[in-house]
Design a protein around this ligand. Structure first.
Ligand code: SF4
Length: 443
């Protein structure tokens, strides 16, 4: 979703930033803004007020590419001085052809390069004043939660995905750097960390062969254990079901990290998973989920799926529907397969017609809604610890441990909520439910 970010006080040069795409791109935007603010730039909330605009693009799907190109065009029309960065920045020719007036184009996570380009367009007017930057850096999420990126890139080659081409192979951040960032965020008032990467369970794999370095990285279990020592909610996203995941479950039962796993399964049928070239062995995945739930009964599993991948027959689709029902996947996102140029699946035979993709998507979401409704009904009468996201005149909008911000459901408190503030925790008894949301009162 497109966001033109808020004004941040500072000196005279004013830079606007449009951030598109996923949470990983949002973290890149935060890094760019932190650096600019440290150098004395003002971050402007409008095209008209800015002296130049950075557009942090997404290039994952055709729809995202189109949105990125439109945003560049809009920035050119409304401001004129535009620097492009992010995933679509890899396609310089496309951008220059559609928007010849763009001043500079840099690729994903090229923070230094973006800053250099800003310097060329708007030379810094002040000495850097790093002390004005909050310890947590500049954040684009609300103050009480933050994304924590633990690695860049990915070593897999899923046929539908161009991320390894855009962002390169897996590069893990040093464990000490991640922990230091988490501590700074905690000190700045962050109460919940959303751990992200392209492949969270693979953290540290890229350093395994370097015996002198691997100690400084460890694996996802060691990292999660360290993060679990901080007094925050720790939520893991983009986890693949490698054997190491089993080690994470005890951290959940010990309440060191949230009992929540975001695992992008994408499909359940072995033929389609093979065609997709998905990582991790899915043969035993049903047994694994059953075991994890036995170990941690309140575990919430969120996942995303693709319907209409080339070669997906009605039988494959039906088996997927049955599987999400059998496994009671709690939170579900669904995408209709998009045939992205550059992806290995682009030339695959047996592309599924759009009308069938739409039908399958509707059926899938209906089933997902049914599962969610049944599971939320079971929560009525239970006591939940919630975090407050927002308070307005009619309710406090909160989330339980089972809900990640932006993508999952909410819990509304509609009475005696006046004293609550964003970032507060409170205990609630659940009184009502809908397909995706809950209602409760403070106890
Ligand atoms: S695991 Fe697959 S889908 Fe995820 S980033 Fe890597 S290649 Fe893409």
């Amino acid at each position: 979703m497109e966001k033109m970010h808020k004004n941040i006080q500072g000196a005279e040069n004013k830079v606007g930033l449009v951030s598109l795409g996923c949470p990983k791109a949002l973290v890149d935007s935060e890094r760019i803004l932190t650096r600019l603010k440290a150098e004395g730039y003002i971050i402007s909330p409008s095209y008209e007020d800015a002296d130049a605009v950075i557009v942090n693009t997404c290039g994952f799907l055709d729809s995202a590419r189109e949105e990125s190109l439109n945003s560049i065009q809009e920035a050119i029309t409304k401001n004129g001085k535009v620097i492009v960065t992010g995933c679509l920045g890899k396609e310089k020719d496309l951008i220059s052809k559609t928007n010849p007036n763009v001043l500079a184009i840099t690729g994903p996570h090229q923070y230094e390069q973006v800053i250099k380009e800003v310097h060329k367009v708007l030379p810094p007017k002040n000495e850097p004043f790093l002390n004005l930057v909050p310890n947590s850096g500049v954040k684009l999420t609300p103050r009480h939660y933050s994304y924590l990126k633990i690695s860049e890139g990915c070593n897999h080659k899923c046929k539908f995905c161009i991320i390894p081409d855009l962002r390169g192979p897996l590069v893990s951040r040093k464990k000490s750097h991640i922990i230091n960032e988490a501590v700074r965020l905690a000190e700045a008032g962050v109460k919940e960390l959303l751990v992200i990467s392209q492949d969270t369970s693979a953290y540290g794999f890229d350093k395994l062969k370097f015996t002198n370095e691997k100690e400084q990285y460890g694996d996802i279990f060691e990292l999660a254990k360290e993060l679990g020592k901080l007094d925050m909610w720790i939520r893991l996203h983009y986890v693949y079901p490698y054997p190491s995941v089993e080690k994470l479950i005890p951290l959940m039962t010990e309440r060191k990290i949230l009992p929540y796993l975001d695992i992008p399964f994408q499909h359940s049928h072995p033929d389609i998973l093979k065609k997709m070239a998905r990582p991790a062995n899915h043969k035993n995945i049903s047994e694994k989920i059953t075991l994890w739930r036995k170990m941690c009964p309140d575990l919430t599993i969120r996942s995303s799926f693709i319907v209409g991948f080339p070669g997906e027959t009605e039988e494959h689709f039906q088996s997927l529907l049955n599987w999400i029902e059998e496994m009671q996947i709690d939170r579900i996102g669904c995408f209709k397969y998009e045939n992205v140029k550059g992806a290995k699946s682009y030339e695959m035979p047996d592309q599924v017609p759009e009308a069938i993709k739409n039908q399958r998507y509707d059926k899938f979401m209906k089933k997902a809604q049914e599962i969610s409704t049944i599971n939320l009904e079971k929560k009525v009468g239970s006591i939940q610890e919630v975090i407050v996201d927002e308070v307005n005149s009619v309710s406090a909008i909160c989330r339980t441990k089972a809900d990640a911000p932006e993508i999952d459901g909410t819990l509304f408190i509609e009475s005696n909520f006046d004293r609550l503030q964003p970032g507060d925790f409170c205990r609630v008894i659940v009184e009502d439910y809908s397909e995706y949301d809950l209602w409760g009162k403070i106890i």
